[in-house]
Structures are given as C-alpha cells and as structure tokens.
Ligand binder design. Structure first.
Ligand code: FES
Ligand code: FES
Length: 151
C-alpha cells in the first residue's frame, strides 16, 4: 500500500511501486484531467506538481511520490474561481484542441511560482511542453498576463 496526498486529500492505494504516477492519478484516483501523450517524458501532457515542482507523471514512479504533496489540474481553480493562469488562458483564447493544455497550465504555474516575472527567454526555457496545435505564442502572452495579475 502506498499513501499519497493528492490535491490535499489522503489516498491509500494498493499499487505497484513502479507504476507511473500518471496511471495512479487517472485510474486509481479517477483524476482524468492529466493527459497521456507520449509516455516517455517528452511532451509534458502529463505534467503535475510534486512538492510544487512540475514533473512528467508518465515517467515518475508512484513510489517516488509517497509522502509528498501532489497537485493536479483539478486543484488549480474552479469555473467560479479560476486560477490567474486559467483566467489568462481564457483571456488569450489559448487552447485549440485542448489536449496539451492541462499540462501546459501546470508547467506555467510552476514557472510563475519560481519566477513571478518571467521574460520571453525564461518562458521558452521553462515551457518545454509540446503542443501539436502550435499555441506557443498565445501561451507566452497568457503567462505574461498571469504574471501581471499575480504581481
Ligand atoms: S505523456 Fe508524459 S511527457 Fe508525454
Ligand atoms: S491545443 Fe492542441 S495539442 Fe495543444
């Protein structure tokens, strides 16, 4: 049994220690906002936070998350009270198909937590997630808007 704290709730789960955190979140905790893309740590669709750091959950064994605080897109905001990043995403109409966007938002929040006023270079360096729809320019502008709102 592995004890996990996910979005401030304790879970006691009977899973193999090397199971990727992504599948624990999606299949055991029923949190389906975190997406499967490549499965090899390249695309970032599966990005969540572990102790505040962005990690690619498809390549992160659940045993490494035991005793740590895991946050998923479901914890970020609500329709009535969206996170500053989500407000900026709406303002800039960022998503196209939307598949990559929960991972993008989690990566953006981790960036802003580390660096509340990122410049273009900081954003390009931190935002290594892939978007097949090519929403990168809107993501960059939305992150700058969120940074203004947070400051
Ligand atoms: S699904 Fe995890 S990085 Fe692509
Ligand atoms: S919005 Fe379609 S993959 Fe990013």
């Amino acid at each position: 049994m592995i004890s996990l704290k996910i979005n401030s709730r304790e879970h006691l789960l009977d899973v193999e220690p090397d199971m990727p955190l992504l599948w624990v979140l999606r299949e055991e905790a029923q949190l389906r906002g975190t997406k499967f893309g490549c499965g090899i740590g390249m695309c970032g669709a599966c990005t969540v936070h572990v102790d505040g750091q962005a990690v690619r959950s498809c390549s992160y064994p659940v045993s490494a998350a035991a005793g740590k605080s895991i946050e998923t897109i479901e914890s970020l905001g609500t329709i009535d009270a969206p996170h500053a990043v989500q407000k900026a995403w709406i303002e800039h109409q960022v998503p196209q198909c939307g598949y990559c966007q929960s991972g993008m938002q989690m990566a953006a929040v981790a960036l802003l937590n580390d660096n509340p006023q990122p410049n273009d270079q900081d954003i390009d360096k931190a935002m290594t997630n892939l978007c097949r729809c090519g929403t990168y320019d809107r993501i960059r502008e939305a992150i700058k808007s969120a940074a203004r709102e947070i400051s």
